[in-house]
Design a protein around this ligand. Structure first.
Ligand SMILES: O=C(CO)[C@H](O)[C@H](O)COP(=O)(O)O
Ligand SMILES: [Fe+2]
Length: 227
């Protein structure tokens, strides 16, 4: 589904299916959507850029019919360029690559847009926001990582809060989402919201409890904490 920027910057909650039951992914995606999530966040890891391996474009394609909302694909792979077309064809709406994943960020971002997807850039905790300064016109989303990528269930890095504020200033009035990913809970989410974040990924905090009713309560708790 085509996704358009929301100038009101209402909070978009994107549960990461990394914490879902991988044996029942279709069902899990339908459950989080029925329970009020905004986007579905899909973590793609290659065992090279990050020390973990998850899923590829075939799984994204298999999930597409189960997913009515936005498929937000976070590629923790290097190089990313050879696989971008496959993720676009699989039905990704947003494709986020890491600034550190290849030598030509500007070119990769143009390529993602040429495939009909929104283009996101993720910044690792140690990566300064200056890497995006000269390609802001080709970016639809900046993802400030609030953990070192690779695993769910890690602790939120408070050191990233000033970076969120600086990125929010860089973005200004541009139609660019500011997303965070990692360690988002009802306790940490309001800090990021106050720093100008409008999209939050949460894996373990959404899927804890293991039933659709829990997912709904968990999503509502994050939303309420940010209200
Ligand atoms: O990109 C990721 C890890 O690299 C995940 O999206 C993230 O860790 C979500 O998990 P949690 O909310 O449990 O921290
Ligand atoms: Fe992620």
């Amino acid at each position: 589904m085509p996704v358009e920027f929301d100038p009101a910057r209402d909070l978009k909650i994107a549960p990461s299916i990394l914490s879902a039951d991988f044996a029942r992914l279709g069902e899990e995606v339908r459950a989080i959507e029925e329970q009020g999530c905004d986007w579905v966040h899909i973590d793609v890891m290659d065992g090279h850029f990050v020390p973990n391996i998850t899923i590829g474009p075939d799984v994204v394609a298999a999930l597409r019919p189960h997913c009515k909302t936005v498929m937000d694909c976070h590629l923790m792979i290097s190089p990313a360029d050879p696989y971008l077309e496959a993720f676009a064809k699989a039905g990704a709406d947003i494709i986020t690559i890491h600034a550190e994943a290849g030598p030509h960020l500007d070119r990769s971002l143009q390529y993602i847009r040429s495939l009909g997807c929104k283009a996101g850039v993720a910044l690792n905790p140690s990566t300064p926001e200056s890497v995006i300064e000269y390609c802001l016109d080709k970016i639809d989303m900046v993802l400030v990582m609030t953990v070192n990528p690779g695993f769910g269930g890690q602790k939120f890095l408070h050191s990233q809060l000033p970076k969120m504020e600086r990125v929010r200033k860089m973005i200004g009035e541009r139609p660019i989402w500011l997303q965070i990913d990692g360690g988002v809970t009802p306790e940490t989410a309001p800090l990021a919201r106050a720093a100008g974040v409008d999209s939050m990924v949460a894996g373990s905090a959404v899927f804890k409890g293991g039933t659709p009713q829990h997912y709904g309560e968990n999503i509502a708790a994050i939303r309420k904490a940010c209200a």
